[in-house]
Write a protein that binds this ligand. Structure first.
Ligand SMILES: Nc1ncnc2c1ncn2[C@@H]1O[C@H](COP(=O)(O)OP(=O)(O)OP(=O)(O)O)[C@@H](O)[C@H]1O
Length: 284
């Protein structure tokens, strides 16, 4: 489920009218400024989110290490979207602890402040500026805080141009740089949006069902992209496509949510063989 508004759970709005939904409102924290002394970049403890008395998140505990590529799975309604809403400040938890690094209390910040601190989110539906070229979309993402038209008119420095070219390579859209982004395939739009997130130099990227609607080839390319980003960035990927999870997880941890808390966590093999996961999610 990908609601943009919440009936309860203390909605905190903050997205501008012109900005695509994945774009945060400013520069990210320098990675050297974030205190990850114990290797932990995101720490959720006993998080509870209720909607009219129903606990969508029920004493959720989750610890993500810096540089991790964590896959989150679970049946519909397990609380995956709500968990991301809590991390990004879209929904304020009723109770519990949520820390970014050792010192940044996410429950005290709004969406824009959290984006600024270095947590970027990509929603399922690509929201690029279709009339603008791929290059211009990346350019805008970098300079969003100045406003759209000022941004487009302002001259790029050599360093900024290099950065855009670097991202174009990474998302494999160098050859499409001058094309209007509306002409890209669904998969290419998704990569462009990831590129737009990267322009803001986030430390953590939250990705909601990134493989949805992609061809097999695009899905595989996305997997390669995520694997190349892990380490330098921390990625949290919510996904239902088990082949994709298999590609990106390797020996990495996978978390299965159910009824608002962690049902199982471990390697994909461990989670897939967990009787409780088979029961509620994977089936026999
Ligand atoms: N704004 C809301 N008001 C009331 N109930 C809500 C609201 N948002 C989510 N819920 C409920 O909370 C539970 C968790 O929903 P959530 O969208 O987080 O699950 P999910 O794991 O992301 O599911 P899916 O895989 O279908 O996207 C569901 O039962 C959902 O109906």
């Amino acid at each position: 489920m990908n609601t943009t508004t919440h009936a309860a759970g203390s909605p905190i709005s903050g997205e501008g009218n012109l900005a695509p939904s994945s774009i945060g409102a400013g520069r990210a924290t320098d990675s050297s400024q974030l205190d990850t002394t114990h290797g932990v970049i995101l720490y959720l403890e006993d998080i509870v989110v209720s909607f009219d008395g129903f606990r969508a998140i029920n004493k959720l505990n989750l610890t993500i290490d810096k540089g991790e590529l964590r896959s989150i799975i679970g049946p519909n309604g397990a609380g995956k979207t709500t968990m991301m809403d809590v991390i990004t400040g879209k929904t304020r938890p009723d109770s519990g602890t949520a820390f970014f690094g050792q010192t940044i209390d996410l429950t005290k910040l709004n969406e824009a402040q959290i984006a600024h601190a270095g947590i970027g989110r990509k929603f399922q539906k690509p929201t690029v500026f279709e009339q603008l070229s791929v290059f211009e979309n990346l350019e805008l993402a970098m300079k969003m805080d100045k406003g759209i038209w000022t941004s487009l008119r302002a001259k790029l420095s050599g360093l900024q141009r290099d950065r855009i070219n670097e991202i174009l390579e990474l998302i494999r859209l160098t050859e499409q740089a001058q094309r209007p982004s509306g002409l890209l395939s669904h998969g290419q739009k998704q990569w462009l949006e990831i590129g737009m997130l990267l322009m803001q130099e986030p430390l953590v990227l939250l990705l909601d069902e990134p493989a949805a609607g992609m061809t097999d080839e695009e899905t595989e390319r996305s997997g390669e992209l995520f694997l190349s980003l892990a380490g330098e960035y921390t990625l949290i990927v919510v996904e239902h496509d088990m082949d994709f999870i298999k590609q990106i997880s390797g020996g990495r941890k996978v978390t299965c949510l159910h009824e608002g808390s962690v049902l199982s966590e471990g390697s994909l093999e461990q989670v897939q063989n967990d009787e409780r996961v088979i029961e509620v999610y994977l089936g026999r």
